[in-house]
Structures are given as C-alpha cells and as structure tokens.
Ligand binder design. Sequence first.
Ligand code: 5AD
Ligand code: SF4
Length: 476
Amino acid sequence: MSENIRNSIVPPEVMKKTFEFSEKMRLLNEERRTSLGREMCAYVLTFGCQQNEADSEKIAGMARNMGYKIVDAPEKADLIMVNTCAVREHAEKKALSTIGQFKHLKANNRDLMIGVCGCMVTQEHRREEIKMRYPYVDFIFGTSSLHRFPELLYEKTVKGKRLFCPEENEYLVAEGLGIERESSYRAWVSIMYGCNNFCSYCIVPYVRGRERSRRMEDIVSEVKELARQGYKDITLLGQNVNSYAKDSGLGYDFADLIARLAKIEGDFKLHFMTSHPKDASRKLIDTIAENDKIAKHFHLPMQSGSDAVLREMNRRYDRAQYLETVRYMREKIPDITLTTDIIVGFPGETEEDFEATLEMLRVVKFDMIYSFIYSPRKGTPAADKKDQVTEKVKSERFSRLLELQNAISLSKNEPLVGKTVKVLCDGVSKNNSELYSGRTEGNKIVFFSGEANDEGKYLDIKIDRAEAFALYGNKI
Ligand code: 5AD
Ligand code: SF4
C-alpha cells in the first residue's frame, strides 16, 4: 500500500529538538573557544558510497552549525566523526582499524569526542563490538538517526556517559539539517533513502531501511540553489533512484523529477545513481534523450550475466530484459556512456555462469565496470548458502573479468582520439602534479595540461591518447 510522502518526514517537533540541541552545543563551543583561545575543530571521515559522502556533508554541516571548524586531519580535531560502510567486509575492517588508530589521539586530548555512525554500526553485532572493544568511542548512531547527532554530542559532552542511540522505529527523511559541501562545483543531492529490493547478497536494505523519497519541491529548491551558486555537476542519489516517489502515491516518478529539474536555469548537468535494471523504464530513457541538461551516462548494475545467478540474487530481471533495455537506450541515445557493477563468486556461481557474465561484457561493451568479489554479509540469505565459492576461484575469476574489461574499455576509448570532449576540470591531478584532471559527461577521467583557475570550469579537451581507464589530451 502506498503511504503519503508527508508521513515519511521526521516530525517538526523532533526537528525542533535537534535545532535546540545544536544551538546549546554552539553556545557551549563558543564558551570553550573563548576560554581556550582557539576554534573548536571537527574532522569527518567517510567510508563507502556516494550516499555516505552525502550524509557526511550533512554531518559536517551540522558540526559547522554547532560552531566547529571543519578540518582535514584527525590530529587537529576536537570532534572526530567516522561514517562507516557495511557493503563488503573489507570496508568494515578498514573502518574498525581506523577507529583503532584514533585511540592514541584520545590519550593526547582527553576532551576529544569520537562518534561513529553509518551502515556498519546500524548492525547490532557491530554496535556491540564497538561498545565492548572500543571503549574510547563516545557515541554511536545508525542511519535512521542522523538528525540525533546534535543531541548525542551535547548529552555526551555535558553528562559524560557513553551513548548508543537505538535505531528509530521508522526510517524517515530529515530536511534542513545543514550541508557543508566538499566541492564548489560538484554536488550530491539525495532524493531518496533506503531500499526495498532485498537482493540476496546485499546488506543495504537491513541497514538503511525501506524506501522513502524526498518531496519534489524540496529537491527542486535545493537544485535551484545549487544552480544559482554555479554548481556544474549535480548528482541525484538513491539506492534505486528509478523507484523515486513510488512510496508517495503522489502520481509522479523519477522521470518526472528529472524532467522538472532539467528546466532549472543554469550551466549544469544532472547525473544520477544508482538505478535498478528492473525499473529502468522507456519513459526514463526518453526523458534523458530529450533533455540536454541530463548527462548521457547510465550506470546500470548488471551484477551477473547468468540467468540462474540473477534468479538466486533476487534481481528480478534476466539477460534478455537487460539487453533489451540497453538496446533501447542506445537506439534513443547513441552516444550514451554505459557503466555497470559486477559481482564475481556469488554462492553457487559455476564456471558456465561466470562465462555467461564474460559473454555479456563482450556483447554489451560497457565503457567501464565496477567489479566486486562477493563478500558474505551476516543476515543476508546468500551468506547462509552452503555452496560458497572458494577465495582462490573468486580471485582467479576476478582477474579474468578485469583482463577482458580492460581490453573492452580501451576499445571504447580509442575512437575518442582526435575528438574534442567537454570536461569538468578537477584541478591538478592527485597522482601527477604535472597534469590537470577532469571528467567527461560520462564520468571518464581525462588528463591534460591545464592552468590555475581551470578548476571547476568546463573545458574543451582534444584527446590525443587513450588508455583503458583514462584519456589524455590538450586544451583547445
Ligand atoms: N559482496 C560484493 N559486492 C557487493 N555489492 C553489494 N553487496 C555486495 C556483497 N555482499 C556490490 C554490488 C552493488 C555495489 C554497490 O556493491 O555490485 O551494486
Ligand atoms: Fe542492495 Fe539490491 Fe538494494 Fe542495490 S537494489 S541497494 S544491490 S538490495
């Protein structure tokens, strides 16, 4: 049954409390600043996906509103927030070991506050682990309690007792928390939260709750403001953006939302992620084709090319349906950049299943793939399957997958040599200080010799060399 979108918003009286705690904390920090003779500083560390990046910008925004200056190193901070990920074991291990390293900072600064939030600590067993084995962590809150951050920080600061915020009864949307954006030209805009799909390998529905969408008017005003500020790349985020507003019963959908956003004035491109193939409708593809402001890039996670594996994954599409979506997309938008996610070594995946995935890569010819070795997630159906693939087979398949895709990516990039592409410049490259880097509309990385002031601008770059994962060229 569809519920009204208004019911999925954190009630105003709860938000009022959030703002009151934020103000109390700000006053406290002002006193501390006067007595210490320096600013109070906060450091926010993020693991995981873009949704977590976006949440961290809200955490930083709330910290700023509470009087903290945002700094780029934990050593400089009076408050450290770790926003964790649970999608694969590797991400959890990294977060735990980083939290472990913060212990010595606490030894140097007894007033340092450490908060842990995000997907990892939304799981009961990880919450317990932090409670027992990381006694210097001051407070924890899960993904449903982002708006409780000021309250937890204030209460812990004033009363000194460690706080483990229980999950809310319902996962709701909190508006107006404040955002401290990392970039002045690329912005994330969450349009929905949670997931209803329960793919059998995935922890997300358990740690981010059911789908709930933001109101269209809230998204429109956020994007209008970003466009007014001169943002160039605006990425709409959700676990499955294609089912935007399906929970609302208001009669509009994701295609209607992007068509509306594409009417906003300004020199920007709209991107979106992630999409589920079962919901990638013709209406959506037509909308992308018809609107110049929508980037000609589709990230459509396929996960596997084997129908048997797709069934076991509970993906609710098969190879034929996936191929039909790609065919229609390329018919309507011939120059679309197509990217995907692939999992290798899902339980029960046979050599034939894996070869079916390789064959799909050869047929579809994705521009880029993001590939992952299957990681069993406690509490998901796939983790209990008896026929787990051995680590050796998983890593051997992973290498074969990459080898094939490298050749395909190169063959997709080579035709761009001699052509001029529009690039949004990200400034001096992090890996090579001689070069500048930027991204095309399809998110391909381009290196070129740039100049100070280029960062954040659209540039025309003539490509003179192509590699599998990068293009090289010069400004024209
Ligand atoms: N193991 C490996 N990869 C996973 N993903 C999600 N869950 C798992 C898991 N348990 C991958 C999927 C998804 C991407 C964000 O992460 O490919 O699309
Ligand atoms: Fe996970 Fe599937 Fe939901 Fe994506 S659609 S978040 S893979 S359950």
